[in-house]
Design a binder for this molecule. Structure first.
Ligand code: ZN
Length: 69
């Protein structure tokens, strides 16, 4: 018997933020540089898939301004 599971669980965790020069294009407030960890889990069976990006985002409205690979 083969079980197919399409359940994908993804979480975005902001690890730390630091104020950075520049402002948000949407709300004109200060932007922050953040380390974002994207944690993906398939089916509770497959190992976790981690991806860590450095992202510049606005901590006020949550807009992502720039993402570094
Ligand atoms: Zn903003």
């Amino acid at each position: 018997m083969v079980l197919f599971c399409f359940l994908v669980d993804q979480k975005r965790i902001v690890k730390r933020t630091k104020p950075v020069a520049g402002s948000c294009s949407r709300c004109r407030r200060g932007a922050s540089v953040a380390d974002i960890v994207t944690k993906t889990r398939f089916c509770f069976i497959m190992p976790f898939y981690w991806r860590c990006n450095k992202t510049i985002l606005c901590t006020f409205c949550g807009t992502t301004l720039k993402t570094y690979p």
